[in-house]
Design a protein. Sequence first.
Length: 435
Amino acid sequence: MSGNNYPDLESKSYQFNMRGRKVLPGGGSRSSIQSSPYTIYFKSGMGKHIVDVDGNALIDFNNNYTSLIHGHCNPHVVEAVSRQINKGSAFSFGSEPEIQLAELLCGRVQCFEQIRFMNSGTEAVMNGIKVARAFTGRPKIAKCENAYHGSYAAAEASLAVEPTDLSRGDPVSKAYSDGTPQGVLDDVVVIPFNDVTNSRRILNQHGAELAGILFDPFGAGMGRFPPSQAFINLLDEMRSAHNLMLISDEVIAFRADYHGCMSQFGVTADITCLGKIIGGGYPVGAVAGSTDVMSVFDGKDRKARLPHGGTFNANPVTMAAGLASMELMTPEAFKYINQLGDSFRSAIQDVLGQVNIKANVVGQGSVFAIDIVDPIPGATPMKRGATRLIEGIEADFINAGYFLSAGLHGTISTDMDDSDIAPFCDVLHKNLKSL
Ligand SMILES: Cc1ncc(COP(=O)(O)O)c(C=O)c1O
């Protein structure tokens, strides 16, 4: 056990947060760390273990929001990064690790003929949308209500909204951030996730103006609720009917399968957005597709249809880390973490059967989540997650030595094994009993 006592207003984390808040809005540089009453600061990580600035050890089931597929400081990755850092961290032109990582990824996924690297999943989604617009010459995109795709304004439309009551009308494209231009929202068509009938009707209505449909094949809430095969088939049908492009956001979903998440549905995407695991723990994003589609970036003999700069794009440190990390993700490694996910979910299900609480275990592959049926009817998963945080369930896990993502979401790394299941389930049982 960690000896944690969160929240502890005497802790170094609390002091760091108060100090940080003076120079960083909210005390840090990403909205997702702004937990109440303060965020924890970490000083080191090794494998599945992390240590906070107060010296408390935790098992990391957050893994930097799914990006650390091998946990922290994997020796193969550290070795590759150290080798590269000693040779240089950024050049104005290309480097071999960039080609090697592109070759590895294109060798694994049938619909990847070419790939373009950038520095975040947000950039990947933004560029995925821009590719679809440049290729089709059409302005609009469609996306699912409440689907998270990073921080690009169009991709944020109708995020964290009350699910639309379809008996009163179709989903409306709503701003997530203050100041989002109406013009941005006007170019986004919102469809209800996994609702084949209504999505078909809405997409047929707007099909001629749509450059593409942006969707996450891992589903809402970091894989909590996957799309149905019927829903993916509908998107495929709409592509043929309206000559639009399927933009698959596999920023998280790419951890599902050696051949990419869409291979599980037997449907190929025109554009795939990548991030997280392909950077081996370093900042990364990428867009992949056929040579024809990716030619919008190609400006060798003339101005590219989609010019795309970026000082740190494909920086060799990220490329070396990503290559080392993905080399370790063999078909066996994917099978291993996915099976471990099955074992976690089944053990969690047993715990839920033993406590008198309305809760479900959700998730797929190497992620799991405990969905406590909330007293707030119709609340979005995001709002439910926040409610639970306030109720202190996540805090109970922290105090028992486990760091989960908000909404009791767990991400498995290859550093974990079956021996991690029983201790986690004991803590879960204790925490749920005490609710
Ligand atoms: C599905 C999905 N798309 C895009 C992003 C944005 O990626 P990044 O945080 O690297 O900008 C995320 C981040 O969590 C994500 O979950």
